[in-house]
Design a protein around this ligand. Sequence first.
Ligand code: FEO
Length: 396
Amino acid sequence: MYPTELVKGVYWVGAIDYDIRNFHGYSYSTHNGTTYNAYLIVDEKIALVDAVMGPFAEEMFARISKIVDPLRIDYMISNHTEMDHSGAVPEVLRRVPKAKLICTAKAVDQLKKHYQNGWNIQTVKTGDEISLGKKTLRFYEAPMLHWPETMFTYYVEEEVLLPNDAFGQHYATADRFADQVDQYVLWREAEKYYANILWPLSRMVQRKIEEVIELGLPIKIIAPSHGLIWRENPLEIVTRYLSWAKGERTKDKVVIVWDTMWGSTTKLAHVIGEGVHSAGLEPVLRLIPHGDRADIMADLLDAKGILVGCSTMHNDILPTAAPIVSDFEMLKPAGKKCATFGSYGWAGGAIKKIQESMEKGNMDIVMEPFTVKWVPTEEELKKAYEFGKEFAEKVK
Ligand code: FEO
């Protein structure tokens, strides 16, 4: 259990959770595990910036003990109260009662309600600073990135930004820096993280990033609370966040997701995919029960558009398609261009339900649904091909 030094006096002392496969109560699949990043900043005084999830407290203390006696910690900085970061805070303050807890005013109630404790708390707001001796910590409130109480900590002299959940990824590895790992997995996990946690907060994300850019803070390292630390070209992740927040559709692909009862909607999906391809866009085909809703939302993040297909059962969507439809309403991929397709027997309720969810998610329905009764004929398959092609042309 060893720490990793980021820059002089700043250490990663977090925990690696290789085994977790579901986050947020099964709402987010974590195929690559995650890390809970805590950072120890050692100057004349010592600050611990964020903690780890409760069960990982010993791992964090073991890493801290390789640097200093944990009893020397002066400040416990809580950027965010969600329990994957604050879970070990009670244990830190139990072992080190002299440590002062630093957080935003909004975090106080949340911490009290979570842990029912009468700690020595100092609240901070944007621009407030704490001197650690030779060097300084400065705080920036970042409400709704992604909870109301969230803040960023900035280590001024070393130009290290500690933004908690922002810019993170659920990716457990023995490496600590983004430039050391498989770049495909890294960026895929960063996209999935944005799509599933920050997408509905995009307006706030854009505003906060533009605010930080206007401040002109020099940033050498971005050290988030999950996954890898950005030290080579750290602003690349910031640029991508801005692009995702603005809803830029940078990848030449169309996501096609569907489920089917007896294969008719699958036939449509495949031919529609060929139509999309004929117009020069990559069709990304995902049969819903074979995949996972969190992955599909990651696929969608910077796609040109999405086509959703479903057969109708009891005048409604198939139950397997329900998570996707609910994600449209919850994650609000605003402005994403979309349309629907599917087969039905005697009523087409599935399409109506999907379109209602697309509207609630502020998505942009650009074409009338393409539907067939029972099994598609050759003629209808030709029309499905044209439907895919026309959709691709519209969203290019
Ligand atoms: Fe990683 Fe919002 O907790």
